[in-house]
Design a protein around this ligand. Structure first.
Ligand code: ATP
Ligand code: MG
Ligand code: MG
Ligand code: MG
Length: 436
């Protein structure tokens, strides 16, 4: 993409209501624009990030055997009346009436739709277990939308739902999903600590939130610093091996972590002092076992091996895909702008032509651009070098390919790594090789 032709509107002044860095940077860098309170348009660079995150989530969900579907955003109120949640959900639900005066709602979550789908298709225990997921827009009429996409009203979520024949099966599905989440967050280049969360009337210990540590997080997180040290690549856990899931379960139950709501000071004191870590956390994911709550309420049964019908056990598993964009920026930026992890950057690199209009510079930049992979942005604008440096830092490309008249004469470019500021002088071929 040539920046001179791109729809990439950067902002010099940010609106005063943008209080936190990620919100300010997303507006300034031209990733999003607000259209109504808590509702945003995603501009091309922002959309590329959102899609990159969704794709990693998709691959890691597929990787543990979850199957993708796409359920609608609009749901019938009937389904929610069957589960008993239509009234219980309260004012966060956006309720709509169609021209026939039928009640609809914009889905804040999908337990009802998926349970109904499952009930109308799966009849026998032999078809279990099953995990379905989708990546779809949700609407919650948050009382205080804030921090940009971090607490929007319309937001993009991956939600998965598991169905199992027994409690034991559901526990396996739960830890398989946890494994998938740990892999997702690792690939996104962030640290997300799983913290024990409230299970409400269901009881037990099968609910965890995933917290990205950043000073602007909404809850306080207390955790054993072993969470920072576990190398999930080395652990080499396989979601299809029961012994590996057991290993993960043991690791979770013996490595302390909790948010302020669930903090247990007695257990905390058992963590050696040098490993007691704490900080603010942003909830980017939440996994939950809720047993037969919905299958019972909605009358969904399948037949068992003995011919008797039973209610399958369910879990639900959410990842805040659009919130992650903000959370990752919160965790990865400096005074000059965003520092994207390579796995999700809108563009892996930007070519900075320091003297557009100079024949040698233009020729080398063109040559580089023609040979480069397609996720590279070419800043071909006739702007001053300083403007280009500032914009590249703001947009946070992992690499900058700096081409000035002096180097260009000798066919040399400078490669700058955004995260470290390190610079390398390379030939065009070497630089292209480095970018793969
Ligand atoms: P929160 O405590 O922040 O209100 P939640 O517990 O209500 O979130 P869940 O129902 O657990 O949210 O939904 C799963 C995930 O969806 C959350 O972990 C979060 O990452 C994301 N999410 C929830 N609400 C919003 C929102 N208003 N804007 C953006 N993402 C959200
Ligand atoms: Mg909420
Ligand atoms: Mg929450
Ligand atoms: Mg939650």
């Amino acid at each position: 993409m040539r920046l001179s032709q791109a729809f990439q509107p950067t902002l010099k002044e940010v609106p005063a209501e943008a209080q936190i860095m990620s919100h300010r940077l997303m507006l300034r860098a031209g990733l999003i624009r607000q259209t109504a309170s808590g509702i945003y348009t995603w501009l091309p660079a922002g959309l590329r990030v959102l899609r990159n995150i969704a794709q990693i989530v998709r691959e890691e969900q597929d990787g543990v055997g979850a199957q993708e579907v796409l359920m609608p955003t609009l749901q019938s109120a009937e389904l929610w009346k069957r589960s008993g949640r239509y009234d219980a959900y309260g004012p966060e639900m956006l309720r709509i009436q169609d021209r026939q005066k039928r009640e609809l709602l914009y889905g804040p979550t999908n337990e009802e739709v998926v349970t109904d789908l499952f009930g109308s298709t799966v009849k026998s225990y032999r078809e279990l277990p099953k995990t379905l997921y989708h990546i779809q827009w949700k609407f919650r009429d948050e009382i205080r939308p804030r921090f940009g996409v971090m607490r929007g009203r319309e937001f993009y979520m991956k939600d998965a739902y598991s169905f199992d024949a027994s409690y034991e099966g559901a526990v396996s599905s739960y830890y398989r999903m946890m494994l998938s989440y740990l892999r997702i967050f690792r690939r996104l280049g962030i640290k997300a600590v799983p913290t024990a969360a409230d299970t409400g009337p269901i009881g037990g210990d099968l609910s965890h939130e995933f917290q990205v540590l950043a000073p602007t997080g909404e809850s306080e997180v207390f955790y054993d610093s072993r969470w920072d040290e576990i190398d999930w690549d080395k652990e080499d856990l396989d979601g299809n091996r029961p012994e590996d899931l057991k290993k993960l379960q043991d690791l979770v139950s013996t490595t302390y972590s909790a948010t302020d709501e669930k903090h247990d000071t007695a257990a905390w004191e058992q963590v050696p002092q040098e490993r007691q870590a704490s900080g603010r956390g942003i909830e980017v994911g939440h996994i939950f076992y809720f047993g037969t709550k919905y299958t019972e309420a909605m009358g969904v049964e399948v037949s068992g091996a003995d011919g008797a019908a039973f209610h399958p056990h369910m879990g639900s598993y959410g990842v805040g895909v659009s919130r992650l964009v903000g959370a990752i920026i919160e965790a990865s930026h400096d005074d000059n702008g965003i520092i994207w992890p390579e796995s999700i950057a809108p563009y892996r690199a930007a070519i900075l032509n320091l003297r557009s209009g100079d024949d040698t510079c233009d020729a080398l930049c063109e040559r580089f651009y023609q040979c480069a992979p397609d996720d590279i942005l070419y800043d071909d604008r006739s702007e001053r070098a300083g403007v280009k440096f500032n914009d590249a830092d703001l947009l946070g490309h992992p690499w900058q390919i700096i081409i000035g008249p002096r180097g260009a004469k000798n066919g040399m470019v400078e490669l700058k790594e955004r995260a470290t500021g390190e610079r390398f002088e390379l030939s065009v071929d070497e630089a292209l090789k480095k970018l793969g």
